[in-house]
Write a protein that binds this ligand. Sequence first.
Ligand SMILES: C[S@@+](CC[C@H](N)C(=O)[O-])C[C@H]1O[C@@H](n2cnc3c(N)ncnc32)[C@H](O)[C@@H]1O
Length: 271
Amino acid sequence: MASRDCCYHCEPPEGRTVSADTVTWKDRLRSAIVLRGPRQRFAAWHRASTFNRAMEAYQRNPDAALDEGDRLLERLVYGWGNAAYVSETAYLRAALSATRAAEGPVLDCGSGLSTVLTGVMAQHYDNTVFSLEDQPVWAARSREVLDRFGLRAVHLDVHPLRDYGEFDWYDPDLAVMPEQFHVVLCDGPHGRTRGGRYGCLPVMRERLAPGCHIIIDDAEREAEREIARRWSEQLGVEHQVHGGAKPFIELRVPDRVGVSAVRVSAQSPGE
Ligand SMILES: C[S@@+](CC[C@H](N)C(=O)[O-])C[C@H]1O[C@@H](n2cnc3c(N)ncnc32)[C@H](O)[C@@H]1O
């Protein structure tokens, strides 16, 4: 999977999938200088300045991104670039609403724009975000933006994927993480991971607060819908699929032990 239409900051070398091992300084130099004509340089400049201005507006008033239509979120998504991987506005809106309403820490699986935007919201409401990322190159990109905008509410670390037997997932340092998360955003690890995002529930189950709000991106993929069905079964709750072209899934950990189990009744995307 190669990303397309990326911005200056994140663009991997043409036609190649990015991993920490494959990007060299020569690749970066070539893509930043040699292969860039005036049109690409203008597009990169336009994205960067759109992103910076949108971030300043968003930081001044994070609630506006939720309460005043999608325009600001659209500018942030455009400005971030990395179009093949960045979260879309519908998922970001759900993630930010959940972060705003959260009574405690947020777990963000798969760093990027979601990390930065939930970080602003969390900082505004005196909350914290813990972000899991397995690829150093993408952690570095998120961290650069977090630092530039002074987002101290985010703890972002590289956690390589680990073999858990049935699946692979991040290897989080539970000793330094909160006892309870109130929101979980599942947008990583990347789709090629064995078991996809399934590992989040078994690995983090003990750290999910009663009522914890779980949001899974990319519900247009059968793999994500299957994960939601399995988690629903295991938690004894329903899940809902929301959105049209870029649907996402929501479910909640039961409020208390013994809550009545409701069988899964998922809608198809777009319903
Ligand atoms: C869907 S992305 C996460 C996007 C993030 N939540 C956001 O809002 O930007 C899932 C994972 O894919 C990897 N990734 C991101 N951009 C990539 C790219 N252009 N090429 C390859 N892998 C990428 C990163 O490891 C990331 O954690």
